[in-house]
Design a protein around this ligand. Structure first.
Ligand code: PMP
Length: 375
């Protein structure tokens, strides 16, 4: 019952497989449960919190230690230059996305400020429309309309969610926010560090690098000191939660002291998963993988690496009338996110590959089963 393997397994330790056709799996959200397999191998990373030490508003040394860890982590991954960049912390990158848009709108005099992203866009952006201050128009405005409006803020998600595409931005407006959640070696090649002086506003999250999504730690690399201070004042006016920072410090210092073992592990895991997806979809004509999966030279491994995105972005080609790809997957016991959430037709759907290994095995069996029965 409290196992991450859900209803596909029973028994005190989830040891009994009930059969892929007798259970459903949840591959809808982006919770990175897969990382549990890594962290349980390092029991020394566990720690206790003492209530007697949780009392001051701004405990000495915590923030600076986290900042130092993050700069070193970017250096180890080779994914961003942090010299001369200010770091702003928030409880995840989601609130940072919202508040940076709110601050950017204060310099325009027409509300709401419009935010736009190329399709398929991260489903979470649609919920940024709030209080008539900021409105996500990615699903209503096409590229030409958005480009004509100088005040539109563009979110450039690179690599992109749901498909992993590497993006550079299309509107070429000065107001561009880079969402770099997936710019880590587990998901993509790193050919060069992200150019923070050319793009002085980028967002990052602990959720997708160490997997600690529930600790809610996100950060922005911001070139402009005034903007950074304004963002920080809005994000955590009297300091960010210290427990969350301690989790981040623990996890990041572990990654640093093991020279990026977690990233190597994540790469191997996703490479294996993509290999199996390739086999399942081979010679299947009615279902197609739509992740572009670019290849590029990877400075981290010093060889060419083919992208291994954390989501399978697929299309169902021969759907019966009125049915969506999501309906199809759900009818075979796979919870997924429908294409429409990403601004795409209902023939598209996203499946999370962040699921724990037993769940991934069932996912593969269910896809095999669905292809055999419907295609
Ligand atoms: N941006 C993108 C592209 C994401 O996929 C996610 C998480 N699914 C986020 C931001 C939010 O991350 P956080 O946990 O830091 O709020």
């Amino acid at each position: 019952t409290n196992c991450t393997c859900m209803d596909c397994y029973t028994g005190a330790r989830c040891q009994t497989f009930v059969g892929a056709d007798k259970c459903s799996i949840d591959a809808n959200g982006g919770s990175p449960y897969m990382f549990a397999e890594y962290w349980v191998r390092y029991p020394e990373t566990e720690f206790q919190m003492k209530l007697s030490e949780r009392l001051g508003y701004l405990p000495a040394g915590i923030r600076s230690r986290l900042e130092e860890g993050i700069r070193k982590l970017h250096k180890l991954a080779g994914n961003a230059v942090t010299d001369n960049m200010n770091i702003v912390f928030g409880d995840g990158s989601t609130p940072l996305l919202t508040l940076v848009s709110t601050i950017l709108q204060s310099s325009t005099n027409s509300l709401p400020l419009k935010v736009w992203a190329q399709k398929p866009f991260y489903s979470g952006y649609s919920s940024l429309s709030y209080a008539n201050l900021v409105k996500f128009v990615g699903d209503e405005e096409n590229r030409t309309t958005a480009a004509a409006d100088e005040k539109v803020v563009e979110y450039v998600t690179s690599p992109n969610n749901p498909d992993g595409e590497i993006r550079t931005g299309v509107l070429s407006h000065p107001l561009t926010v880079f969402d770099k959640a997936y710019s880590w070696p587990m998901y993509t090649f790193i050919d060069q560090p992200f150019n923070t002086s050319a793009h002085p506003l980028s967002l990052w999250t602990l959720s997708k690098v160490t997997g600690h999504a529930s600790s809610r730690v996100g950060w922005a690399l911001v070139g402009d000191k005034k903007l950074a201070d304004a963002m920080q004042a809005m994000a955590c006016p009297i300091g960010c939660p210290v427990e969350s920072q301690l989790v981040a410090i623990r996890a990041i210092e572990h990654v640093l002291s093991t020279q990026g073992e977690l990233m190597k592990w994540g790469r191997a895991k996703f490479t294996e998963r993509w290999g199996r997806i390739g086999e399942v979809f081979r010679n299947v004509s009615c279902y197609k993988v739509r992740n572009p999966r670019a290849e590029g030279y990877d400075r981290y491994d010093q060889k060419v690496y083919k992208q291994t995105p954390p989501y399978l972005w697929m299309e169902c080609l021969n759907l019966p009338d009125q049915k969506s790809c999501g309906d199809m997957l759900r009818s075979y016991g796979m919870k997924c996110r429908d294409g429409e959430y990403f601004g795409m037709p209902k023939s598209f759907a996203r499946l999370s590959l962040y699921v724990a290994s037993p769940v991934f095995n069932v996912l593969i069996q269910k896809l095999t089963n669905m292809f055999a029965n419907t295609c």
